[in-house]
Ligand binder design. Structure first.
Ligand code: NDP
Ligand SMILES: O=C(O)C1=N[C@H](C(=O)O)C[C@H](O)C1
Length: 240
């Protein structure tokens, strides 16, 4: 597979290693500091692009790939306020766009567990739900994209929760799920969902040991994407 890498930071470099291990070819690297731009590449030279940059850069990169007709896998978080525009452009261009807040297999199993737990907690209003995510200090967005996906799972399955808020921003309200975002050096990503009553506490937690788990998932998604159309997700690929 011929891959265009967009973003050559922690994730871009880890993805490059995995692409090489799996016998793929990196045909170009577009980073903030490189001269190469997405428009320098055409769909005849690239099977798929993989984009991990930053919240303020993702939208332009995604739309540039859709304009060029290059199928794209993106894991950049913090830009989803513009998701509708991307969906519209993807449909107009008959493109292929795969996005996930988290590409790790373990986290996607954890998402399913979180949905089921919220469903089970629905009749038990004495349990208060809260969430915590911990990431490295260079992370630009808060809460993490993964925490937002987890919160959406709770909102969809627990009738008493209507929205989420970042802990410390806004007042505590019964029907709002608070997400605490903690920043500590070198943490790849930890997420915990807690239900607590006066009687006891139920905690589910995912701890990433390495960002290789995210990078491998993104490469597997890139291997799966060619030939598909539309907006694609981990649920489409994994089937749960
Ligand atoms: N979905 C998932 O599974 C995962 C998602 N992520 C997300 O991926 C994103 C990147 O994470 P990470 O690699 O750790 O971040 P890094 O900061 O290590 O790397 C980002 C890279 O993107 C470059 N960049 C910035 N703007 C542009 C631009 N306009 N065009 C091209 N390159 C650009 C940066 O350059 P410079 O250094 O010059 O600014 C940097 O090299 C984040 O949003 C993070 O939340 C991370 C891990 C897993
Ligand atoms: O910035 C990171 O590092 C990560 N970002 C993603 C997120 O915001 O959820 C995924 C993972 O937690 C690592």
């Amino acid at each position: 597979m011929r891959v265009l890498l967009i973003g050559y930071g922690k994730m871009g470099k880890t993805i490059e290693e995995i692409l090489t291990e799996r016998g793929h070819k990196v045909v170009g690297i577009v980073d903030r500091s490189t001269e190469a731009k997405i428009k320098d590449f055409s769909k005849s030279e690239v099977d798929v692009a993989i984009e991990f940059t930053e919240p303020s850069a993702a939208y332009d990169n995604i739309t540039a790939c859709l304009e060029e007709g290059i199928p794209l896998v993106s894991g950049t978080t913090g830009w989803l306020d513009r998701r509708e525009n991307v969906e519209k452009l993807c449909a107009e261009k008959d493109g292929a766009f795969f996005w996930a807040s988290n590409f790790s297999l373990g986290v996607n199993i954890f998402f399913a567990l979180n949905n089921r737990l919220a469903e089970l907690m629905n009749p038990h209003a004495d349990y208060k739900v809260s969430m915590e995510e911990i990431h490295h200090t260079e992370k630009k967005d808060a809460p993490s994209g993964t925490a937002i996906t987890l919160a959406e799972g709770v909102i969809d399955n627990l009738d008493r929760i209507e929205n989420w808020s970042l802990k410390g921003e806004g007042s505590q309200v019964e029907n709002i799920l608070e997400i605490a975002a903690v920043r500590e050096p070198d943490v790849p990503g930890t997420h915990e969902v807690v239900y607590e009553s006066e009687m006891d506490k139920i905690e589910i937690k995912h701890t990433a040991h390495t960002r290789k788990s995210f990078a491998l998932g993104a490469v597997v998604a890139a291997e799966w994407l060619p030939g598909k159309k539309g907006i694609l997700s981990m649920q489409d690929m994994l089937g749960f």
